[in-house]
Design a protein around this ligand. Structure first.
Ligand code: SF4
Ligand code: SF4
Length: 114
């Protein structure tokens, strides 16, 4: 899942899956706001900022986040989980991801590395 799709999935999660509510979101100061419709080129630091907000500004809490079902999880540190490897376009938003001891992100549902 690309960062943009991860943001889109997060916004849908935020609204309980309501596309219309994402479009009509009035929280303009949310860092994801400009990308909520799945358009644009978000920098990874945007996701990092959102995760810091989610964890009350605590960097250690973002790093220790255990919510692997969150679509932003792979990007929560403001870095790509792996360079040069494209991810599956059709991966479900709620795919279960885990990072192994080699710092590789694996989709548990599909048993593939991203
Ligand atoms: S922009 Fe922020 S507040 Fe609005 S739907 Fe997305 S995550 Fe929720
Ligand atoms: S990845 Fe973790 S810290 Fe970031 S938004 Fe999701 S639950 Fe919060």
């Amino acid at each position: 899942m690309t960062p943009l799709k991860a943001i889109r999935a997060k916004c849908l999660n935020c609204t309980g899956g309501e596309y219309k509510s994402v479009r009509k979101c009035e929280i303009e100061d949310c860092v994801l706001y400009n990308f909520r419709l799945g358009t644009g080129r978000p920098k990874l630091k945007i996701i990092r900022m959102y995760c810091l907000d989610c964890c009350n500004g605590q960097k250690a809490e973002v790093k220790a986040c255990t919510v692997k079902r969150c679509s932003l999880y792979p990007y929560r540190l403001g870095k790509r989980p792996l360079k040069g490897v494209s991810t599956q376009k059709t991966m479900p938003a709620e795919a279960v991801l885990e990072i192994n001891s080699d710092n590789m992100t694996k989709c548990i549902d599909w048993n593939i590395y991203l």
